[in-house]
Design a protein around this ligand. Sequence first.
Ligand SMILES: [Zn+2]
Length: 238
Amino acid sequence: MKVKKLVLPSIIIIVLFAGLFLLSNRSTNPSKKAVSSRATSFDKMQYSIDAPGSIWWIVNKKRTLPDGYVPQNLSVPKVQLRLDTTAEQMKIRSDITAPVEAMFTAAREKNISLLFASGYRSESYQRQLYNSYVAKDGQAAADRYSAKPGTSEHQTGLAFDVCEAGTNCDLEISFGATKAGKWIAQNASKFGFIVRYQKGKESITGYQYEPWHLRYVGTSLASELQKKNQTMEEMFGL
Ligand SMILES: [Zn+2]
């Protein structure tokens, strides 16, 4: 008798729950659900933005490198180089050579012949460079296009400047309007690179537009930044 008394309420409860479950599923448009979960799926905690050497490490005029920082492994990518292979600046972090090479190969397939203009820079080389720019243009002007020693992304080994082979490789803003510059802006993210200093973002990045300066951040962050048209500083609220 006791068991029978419990059976009916149990069935009612089960039927009620099943009904509620079906209703809740029907009221959620499945396509909308998929879109919203994709939009929120980017994980900003995948890598540190503070740890030296992290591929998301954010270095700028306010976030300086540790004194005398040198990346652990540097090597020369197997691409067209502006200088001899022995030059320090022809190096980049060893884990970035493969994406550099893949990007140069893909450009080549579109008849764009890229040249690796300048990669790693030691703190002392950056000091020489910066001092020479200050002597030539004055400090205010130099600060818009050159980093003070200890604040350059080139010192991380994660950044390099690119130009087109057969040009004088002056690294000028007009590069952005060339076929090579446009291809870079469109495709670098597929290989994990971003054009770090974007047009119209000078007050955020602290640098004028540099269509030739690429920074490695990995494909997930690179494509997210491109999709949102954001700088690293905007993405991470700095
Ligand atoms: Zn650069």
